[in-house]
Design a protein around this ligand. Sequence first.
Ligand SMILES: O=C(O)C1=C[C@@H](OP(=O)(O)O)[C@@H](O)[C@H](O)C1
Ligand SMILES: C=C(OP(=O)(O)O)C(=O)O
Length: 410
Amino acid sequence: MSAIKLSHATSKVIGKIEVPGSKSESNRLLLLKHLYFPNLNIGKISDSRDTSFMKAALESENSEINIGDAGTAMRFNTAFNATKAGRNITLSGSERMHERPIGILVDALNKLGAKITYLDKEGYPPLKIEGQQLAGGTLEIDGSVSSQFISALMMIGPGMKEGIHLKLKGFSVSAPYIYLTANLMRKLGFDAKLDEEDIIIPHQKAKEIQSSVVEPDWSAASYWYAIALLTDEAEIYLPGFLQHSLQGDASVRGLFEPLGIQSLFIGSGFRLKKGEVKQQRFDINLVHNPDLAQTLAVVFAAKNLPAKITGLQTLRIKETDRLKALKTELEKTGAEIEIGDDFLEVKKGIQNLEGVIFDTYEDHRMAMAFAPLALMAPITINNPEVVAKSYQSFWEDLEAVGFLVSWDFS
Ligand SMILES: O=C(O)C1=C[C@@H](OP(=O)(O)O)[C@@H](O)[C@H](O)C1
Ligand SMILES: C=C(OP(=O)(O)O)C(=O)O
């Protein structure tokens, strides 16, 4: 097992951080390239492991593809291979991937004429996919489990004779990721109509598009907001981000404002400016920004701010059961955390970090969300290499702004 001891020598964090490209944008652009734009040059593509899995799977000519723990890549490659006439593959993943549901997407594709069967448990990977030319059409789809199913179906839409018309049933979780898909498709010249109930992607020919540039990852930026909050003095500049981002997690800006962290756009990026915490109790709903939940749960506990975060039902089916993991790890510090099916409540904040060793549950966001606590006291984080799933250079970036990172591979 590996671990790091993490601390910070001063109470100042000063630096310019090149946050990696968004893995959500990168994985969408890769799928769209392989479906419609063979010559597309994707600038500033994410170097994350998830994006490497996505790319390798799209390029693979093998009959067995293992997608590891990359959820988006699993869902997008299911749709991709289902539409490739002549392809006959098995698509598997990590142990955890085989516990993450995919039934809604598989049912939808099979209704469109795909031939996908389960190799083990019904509703879960691994899958056997026999690619077919799909005609498309109209489908009802349940949006309450994962938006990735909807994004996957949208992106295969233009290539099918009848396009795709999705009628959304029930409440759609992670909706900004559906808008991200539509907006990236529009940027590449496709027509995509969507309102609260319907998504319509007509059959259409791809235009000549040469290149598209990926914006840095706003979910990854959230750890820098937490750092700005927990240090005494911050001068942090994050280049490359857009004031009008396509990524839903850009709403991290608004979420940290009452915590006194302002985002000042200067040149081609922004600076984090630290001020006073303006609110003493927080009630927020993160159903549309699940990837920000760990960052915020940890900072509320660190600042001893009573808080209830709702809309967290999808956290149970991510890289780990994130609600359970957050409760277990925060309570190691004397905090009191209540969790339910879809919420987490910070009842008492962190009391003592001395000697605390945090586990990461093969979840990159557990490691990155807890790391800023090293500004309060030295901590240990087990299996820190998990960050590679979305942010390969996370520990190097922390070192560059004065964190002391000492690795132990015993
Ligand atoms: O489409 C995407 O790029 C993503 C959608 C979200 O998943 P769900 O829709 O399953 O909540 C998010 O948590 C994930 O990290 C990336
Ligand atoms: C949930 C995540 O990713 P995925 O679903 O793509 O595995 C994540 O990055 O937090």
